[in-house]
Design a protein around this ligand. Structure first.
Ligand SMILES: C[S@@+](CC[C@H](N)C(=O)[O-])C[C@H]1O[C@@H](n2cnc3c(N)ncnc32)[C@H](O)[C@@H]1O
Length: 225
């Protein structure tokens, strides 16, 4: 399917430019697949999907090998140039067709109601405008289409949430490619008009120390029919 230009829609292709973070993430994320159990989480997140899927903020493409054969096509949007190149390489090894394209969550370069499902993993923490990104996801999903998500956010006790908020005001976003620790993905999905399906809290790493980025949620949401 021809992609519409994100630039024409007000967001440049390389709207996200974090080359140092991208290189760090490319290494860290690969070791986290086994060391932190991320491969298992990706498998669970994507199981049972079918039809046309859009993955937003695909990074270096670590989800690609976990899509089931019932998925006919994945359109993977990634705005960061270094990660996008790695995603292209990962797409070549995937078991389903994956088309990697530049673009940003806030102005997806695709037609409305074109996808059966959408995937977001560790992305809502980093987008500039969460409501706009989720409105875009609703636009591109068909009525009744589903969103699979794995996101980290606010969690833990008072000391932990205060720490997350303090880090968000200071060091964390500039050091982590624009990531925030104290966003609330489930509330954001609800506010955007998604119907929450089953979801559950997951600690990442599951058995390690609780870090400010450990409080995750894994689940499904639906665009109402
Ligand atoms: C922590 S990485 C996660 C990558 C991948 N989804 C994964 O599960 O490994 C965050 C990703 O969000 C992307 N990102 C940041 N801002 C974005 C935006 N406005 N629109 C789309 N993706 C964005 C980054 O370039 C990066 O690939």
């Amino acid at each position: 399917m021809p992609l519409r230009s994100a630039r024409a829609r007000g967001v440049p292709h390389d709207a996200v430019h974090h080359p140092l973070f991208a290189r760090y993430y490319a290494r860290f994320s690969v070791s986290a697949e086994t060391r932190m159990g991320m491969a298992r989480v990706r498998e669970r997140m994507l199981t049972g999907l079918s039809g046309r899927v859009i993955e937003v903020g695909a990074g270096n493409g670590l989800n690609f090998s976990h899509y089931p054969g019932t998925v006919s096509e994945v359109v993977a949007i990634e705005p960061e140039r270094v990660l996008r190149q790695l995603a292209v390489e990962s797409a070549q090894r995937a078991g389903v067709p994956v088309d990697v394209a530049p673009g940003a969550a806030e102005a997806l370069p695709v037609k409305s109601e074109a996808f059966d499902a959408a995937v977001l993993s560790l992305v809502l923490c980093s987008v500039r405008d969460v409501p706009r990104a989720l409105a875009e996801l609703r636009r591109v999903l068909r009525p009744g289409g589903q969103l699979r998500f794995f996101e980290h956010g606010l969690g833990g006790g008072r000391v932990m949430t205060a720490t997350q908020r303090a880090l968000d005001r200071t060091l964390w976003p500039p050091l982590s490619g624009g990531c925030h620790l104290s966003r609330e993905p489930v509330a954001a999905l609800r506010d955007a008009g998604f119907t929450l399906g089953p979801y559950r809290q997951v600690m990442m790493p599951e058995n390690g120390p609780a870090l400010p980025s450990s409080y995750c949620v894994l689940g499904t949401a639906w665009r109402p029919s």
